[in-house]
Design a protein around this ligand. Structure first.
Ligand code: XMP
Length: 324
């Protein structure tokens, strides 16, 4: 009879047959798909898997530490973290156009990932012949149809982007036959925590598209701290798992405020909480006022440089989910 356990065992068997005694490199992003792919491949071939995690300096608060803790410490998966934040921030300096930001980040990711993969190949010649990807069944379909979903576009860009060709990798794609819901079931069965398996989508360009206009360390700090408050309060109130996405955006707008006897002239955070089935259309969520109030108060009290929080009540279309 069919069980999730036997299904997973069958996929593992396929991975073992494909890989033999070779080594597999997987680009871990911390998202649902690459996380489940990592856990699954690790179950199949253990230490023949190594994950590369690129810190582009545009991640959420404590992201790298959380990914390392889960995969390296709990799952005992071999993992190589590349801190490339300085390079990304340097390349992004002064860039304001959203599409330019995306292009720079996509290109830089490929370069950094390739360099890390090349180092591994050098360290044990002939062994690292495989590149794993968390490609899902809908990705397979979307890549041959025309899709208006930037996530899919970037994904195909990130996932393939000439990497396997240039570096002569054979692809391992254990999720290729699965839909998102099934991937989540597999992840749960493999013991991945709910925070990972039911994680909200996070764009590849990360906080770069949530700082409107040019990016600086200081702006990243503000949006990152505000974002951490949003996540904490959404999780504490149980709303995190009910919505598609919830996040903070730093606007290029300063406004007047008062703090004690002092007049302030500081930055604005927009709070975005949307429900959606697939990201193509979305509606803003009627989050209870008391939760909005707590988020606003905390951001203004805790995030230096922010004195105003606005709630985004636009639906998609015509607005998009992200502000850039
Ligand atoms: P928009 O803003 O177009 O977003 O309504 C739709 C969904 O796609 C995500 N998104 C991205 N994901 N790279 C990604 O991987 C990107 O450049 C990108 N832009 C938007 C967005 O978070 C939402 O879920």
């Amino acid at each position: 009879s069919w069980t999730m356990g036997s299904f997973i065992e069958r996929i593992c068997q396929q991975i073992r047959e494909q890989v033999g005694d070779g080594q597999v490199i997987l680009g871990l992003s911390g998202g649902v798909d690459s996380s489940v792919a990592a856990a699954l491949i690790h179950k199949a071939i253990g230490d023949q898997l190594i994950c590369i995690f690129v810190d582009n300096g545009l991640l959420r608060a404590r992201e790298t530490a959380a990914v390392e803790k889960l995969f390296r410490d709990n799952f005992h998966i071999r993992m190589k973290t590349v801190d490339a934040s300085a390079i990304f921030l340097k390349k992004l300096k002064g860039v304001t156009d959203p599409e330019k930001k995306r292009k720079i980040i996509g290109n830089e990711f490929i370069k950094v990932f390739e360099a890390a993969a090349r180092d591994l190949k050098k360290s044990s010649p002939g062994k690292y012949r495989f590149l794993a990807q968390g490609t899902l069944y809908p990705d397979v379909i979307e890549s041959v149809s025309i899709s208006g979903n930037p996530a899919a576009l970037i994904k195909s860009h990130h996932n393939v982007g000439g990497l396997p060709e240039r570096m002569k990798f054979e692809l391992v794609e254990p999720l290729r036959q699965l839909f998102k819901d099934e991937v989540r079931e597999v992840g749960t069965e493999l013991g991945l925590p709910k925070e990972v398996v039911h994680r909200q989508p996070f764009p590849g360009p990360g906080l770069a598209v949530r700082v409107l206009g040019d990016i600086t360390e200081e702006k990243l700090r503000m949006v990152r701290e505000a974002d951490a408050v949003v996540l904490e309060e959404m999780k504490a109130s149980g709303w995190y798992y009910k919505v598609w996405q919830s996040f903070a955006v730093l606007l290029p707008v300063r406004s007047v405020g008062v703090m004690g006897d002092e007049r302030t002239y500081e930055n604005t955070i927009a709070l975005r909480v949307v429900e959606s089935r697939d990201g193509m259309t979305a509606d803003w969520v009627r989050v209870p006022y008391d939760i909005l109030a707590r988020i606003s108060t905390r951001i203004i009290n805790e995030v230096d440089g922010v004195n105003r929080v606005c709630y985004d009540i636009s639906s998609k279309p015509p607005a998009t989910i992200e502000w850039e």
